[in-house]
Design a protein around this ligand. Sequence first.
Ligand code: SF4
Length: 206
Amino acid sequence: MLTLKVTDINQYVYCPRIPYFTYVQPLKPRPTPKMDFGKEAHTRLDKLEKRRTLAAYPELEAGERKFHTYIHSARLGLEGKLDLHLVHRGEIFPVEFKSTSRRPGLNHKYQLTAYAMLLEEQYRKPVRRGYFKLVNPLADGARPEKSEITLPVEITVPMRDFVKDVLRRIRAMVTQESLPSPKRPGNRCRDCEYRIYCLDLGDLAR
Ligand code: SF4
């Protein structure tokens, strides 16, 4: 079974062509200025978070924080490196850092769900909730607390089933070597690292 990365789930939901360009016709992504900016903000948040307490996470007054853990499941054929997870009174909570001025999209929620599924297998415990730590890269860097939100997300059974379905669909696409149709070309193409390769989209991808 082809081992996939958790980020493949995010990317497939964003646009199924991206995992095609990763596994079937490997192409080098071209980072956009927005992505470079977002990575800097993510690194800043990562450093800040290591100095903080758990006060931002509702109901978790104490607990252990584990940064940048590699997690893997042979059963799911899935692996990934998670920004942070919290261990509190026998419960486990994945945390994803996102640099964005918008609320997380479905692609981000399914990525968080996939991390929850990996943690469930590693700890042999159900994971009922995860968190997004959002930082607005456009906000005033002098007052970072004003630009950050901690957002809880319930991890449901349908979300887990959807993740398994995405894994099946990516593997089928790789086996069949079929170029998927773009998903709603437009804004998401403008911010995409692969847009120079989607020549069939013409002006929509520029
Ligand atoms: S440019 Fe658009 S269609 Fe092409 S991979 Fe990116 S999001 Fe998908």
